[in-house]
Ligand binder design. Structure first.
Ligand code: PRP
Length: 201
């Protein structure tokens, strides 16, 4: 074996900088969804898109900032012609709970009238952002709209929003990493972490 190759999985996790616990803005988070679980689920979601959108040239619309890593990785499992564009919304600011108000920070550039749109979100929590966004998108009369979210908190969702495919349904917990932030930090973590209740401040 090459001397630089890890000999077992823990070495591999360390080599890839995949810790079990992380600190973010002074709070401790523990591993919740591993890189392997994320990779496997993205492969399945990619297969679904390939099947549902063959010959439809969909446009995948990422909702910034949170979705950028999910969208980038998911697109690499999509093997049919497709396009990409972005909206930028904000409702949480630097807090752990929603402000209850959506602020629009970037409009779409693409014209989506008559197009097959796939909205890509990192997380649907209360559903406020998706409710706001779907109204805006549907006003532009696309041919079809589907919603794919990496994470969904069903017990926290207060709006009756359309969700077509979910990566993982999760309890009402504060999660971090893989695009999701705490006060803008932690988006670069390769795995998804949860606030560790034993160490919460
Ligand atoms: C997060 C997340 C979703 C939204 C989900 O965005 O990316 O867009 O909140 O919450 P909701 O269902 O309660 O509306 P945030 O406002 O934190 O902005 P960010 O994507 O830049 O982190």
């Amino acid at each position: 074996m090459h001397p630089l190759l890890p000999t077992h999985i823990n070495d591999l996790a360390m080599a890839l900088n995949l810790p079990d616990h992380v600190m973010c803005n002074g709070e401790r988070f523990k591993l919740f969804i591993s890189k392997e679980q994320i990779d496997n689920r993205l492969s399945e979601l990619g297969d679904t898109i390939n099947r549902e959108y063959a010959d439809k040239r969909p446009i995948m619309i990422g909702i910034l900032n949170g979705s950028f890593i999910f969208l980038a990785d998911l697109m690499r499992h999509v093997h049919i012609p497709c396009e990409v564009d972005f909206y930028k919304l904000s409702s949480y600011g630097d807090e752990k709970v929603s402000s209850g108000q959506v602020t629009e920070r970037k409009e779409l550039d693409a014209a989506i009238k008559g197009r097959h749109v796939i909205v890509i979100e990192d997380i649907i929590d209360t559903g406020l952002s998706m409710d706001y966004l779907l109204k805006k998108i549907k006003d532009q009369r696309p041919e079809s709209v589907k919603v794919i979210t990496l994470l969904h908190k069903p017990d926290a969702t207060r709006y009756d929003v359309q969700i077509d495919h979910v990566g993982f349904e999760i309890p009402t917990l504060f999660v971090l990493g893989y695009g999701l932030d705490y006060a803008q930090e932690g988006r670069n973590l390769a795995q998804i972490y949860v606030l560790d209740p034993e160490h919460a401040s």
